[in-house]
Each structure stands twice: as structure tokens, then as C-alpha cells.
Design a binder for this molecule. Sequence first.
Ligand SMILES: [Zn+2]
Length: 463
Amino acid sequence: MDTAIRYRRADALAKASDASWHEVERAPQEKVRALQQEKLVAQMAYLKQNSPFYQQKFAAAGVDFDDIKTIEHLQKLPYTVKSEVRESLAAAPPFGLHRAAPMSDIIQMQASSGTTGSPSYVALTEPDCEMWHEMSARCFFANGIRPGDMALHAFSMAKGFVGGIPVLQSLQYMGAIDVPVGADGGVDRLLRALADTRPRCIVGAPNFVIHLAEKAPEILGMDASELGVERLIVGGEPGGGIPVIRERMEALWGAKCCEMLGGTDLGMAYWAECDEQSGMHMVSMDYIITELLDPESGEIIPFETGAKGEMIYTALGRQASPMVRFRSGDYIEVLGMSCGCGRTGAKIRCTGRTDDMLIVRGVNVFPSAINSVVRELVPDTNGIMRIVADFDGHTTQGVLKVIVERGTERAADQDAYLKSLIETRLRNALVFKADVTIVAPDTFEKPGAAKVAFVLREFPDLP
Ligand SMILES: [Zn+2]
């Protein structure tokens, strides 16, 4: 009987010198498309049999499962939006009306890190888990992790987020070794584990990876760059793709930094940057169909260099929590359609989440972009900022209030100068008017296990 439990893929170690983890990553577009359409037909047949949620949704839209045979046919179907998923979860806990596999087949659950309300719970069958490992392994491999490497786990291990267990399992699957401390283990413990085990790679959120490096001299009595780390694999928040933040990480650690992107509903990660560092490739086209939605026109637009929009995902081969035309809320820009690494998947940069985007007098402003400008002004600032969105929703006709921490070495009598400097930079770089308040260093919490919430809903009490 071939029922041996395997944590590591049998041929993992033999892949160390391959050009990519899987050959599909380098397959010609036409071949990929044919494979996707074949798997799409199979997924539709699966949903027709097993998903009352999509049976209802398709019926309401007047579309038959058998009519969906090409990627373009997907445009006949409505989107699946997050509020719908939340309602479905509330109506039939724990995995919602959209669960499409028997409970007895489910072996794992994950939770999104949702910044508002309850997280979104996702169920995985054994084949679903294996698919997640495979997608993440392709990302880690593109990012520069190799079988046999050790990687310090600097995402949160607890709270059920995909940065925890799925990262560990995927590293194991690809033949790498996870150093399982986790951001929630604390900076001190992480740095000591790093100094003891000397892993080649670190996986974590960009702002936290910077924070770790900044703490190294105090805790270990040495610079982060002396610890022998060669690769920084970052994700979970924008930053890895923002030049000033990437340069800071690379300088502090003396290591190369590559980004990845995913989202709990579809998998831990399925976009990843290669050595060229020029945007994240789609590496899982045989498991996910991507469409690009222009939020202004409401049209699906082609993937071509310069195209911008919200990413729409349809899972292929997914059993327990399938998604069809899921609106991810990730706002991306296509940076290229070919690459020196040989991968054929479009290269993107995630500019921000459409949920986080603020509209200031008609201009789209992403909090991560403001963070990047403030980071550029280190050491005048210490790189830490908060936005005060003291208005309803995401739109204001007023001036946007931004609070910035003064640089540790700077004196308070320079605050007026610093305020005007930041306001000018923000106006020039992002085309909106800010009202900046300068505060002392360490006013706000440092980046830790949780994602940094850049936006406050009311002006805080300041010392
Ligand atoms: Zn590439």
C-alpha cells in the first residue's frame, strides 16, 4: 500500500540545481493556457457536483457549469466578493456554505489575518494541502531558497495565519529546514536562534525584517550583516518591492531580498520574484487562473506591461474551499511579460490593497507609499509613521493627517523644518497635501508579529 506519510517531496533534494521548481513556470503561454482550460473544465465539473454555493450562484446568473470552457468564458460569471464569503461563513460555521468537500476529508484549516472583524476561515483537504505546499515551494525556490537550506521563520507562527504552519510545511516539502521561532517568539529569541543556527535565509514581513536587523547590535553585539544571511524572503505587506525599503533591508543584512505574494483564500504564496528582482512572477498558473480587473471601467483587461488593476483569482483543482472569480483586493501593476530567468508568468508589483486605499481630493493614496516616503527620510525620521483617517470611509476632501517619528539622533527644535520637508516630499512624490505632526521616536509600537496598521481612525493622545 502506498500510504506512507511524507513531509518532504521525494525528489526535493534532486531539484537543487534546476532552473525552476516546476517546468510549468517556464512553459510557453499557449501551453499554459491549454492546461488551464483543461483544468478549468474539470473544476467546473467538480463544483457542479459538490458546491451548493456555486450551484446557486451560477443559477442566479443564468450560467451553466458546462458552458465554462475557456478563460474568456469566466467573464459570464459574477465575482465572488469578500463580504459574500464572510456571510457564507457566518451562515454555516466553520467553513461556510461554500465548503465543497465532506468534513471527513478536511485535514487542516487556515485563517486570514483580516484587519477588520473575524478572520476568514479556509478548509483544506489532503490534495489541497499538497497543492499549497507545491505553490509555496515554487515561490521559495524562485526567491532563492534551495533544498538543504535553513530558513529563520520570522512571520508569526501563531494565530492561524498562513505565514505560520503553511510556511513551515512548504519549507519542509521542498527539503529546506525551518527554524521555527516565529515573530511571536520575540526579537530577542529570534536573533539568538539566528546567531546559534546561522540559517542562509530569513522569511518574514519587510518592516519586521528591518526591525530585527536594527536590534542585532544591541542584542547580539554584532551587526546583522555579520550573521551570514544571504537571502531575505519577504511578503505579507508591501515593502519588499519598494526600492527604498528593499535597499535598507539588503544593506542591513548584506543579503539579497526577494518578494513573494499570496493570500489565504487561494494559498500561502503564488507570486514570487526571481534573482532579477524586477517584479513577482505568477508561478502557479496550473492551480490559479488570474484575471486583471480595471476597477474604474469594470472591464477585464489583458496582462501586458504597464497594465494596472485588481487581481481576480479562480482556483483550479481546489476541493474544500474553492473560489471562482474571487476579488482579492490586491491592486497590482504588470512590470513585464518576459524575464531573463526563463519564467513565462507575468511579473507584477503589488501597489497596495484596494481595501486600504485612501482617496485624498480625488487622488489614490496607498498607506504603504506614504510609509516608503517616510522611510526614505531616515535618519531625519526614524521611518515610523501613522496616518489619521478621521473621516468616514476612504475618501476625504481635506488634508490628510500624517504623524511621523523624528529620527533618534535629531533634536526637537528641528521639527518645523522636518514637517515642511516631509509635506513637500509627499506632495511631490504622491501628489496629495499632508498635514504632518512630528513626534518623538518610539511613540508607536515597533513592527512585531502582527501586520503594521498604518492607518488610525482617530488622532491619538500624544505625550
Ligand atoms: Zn524572472
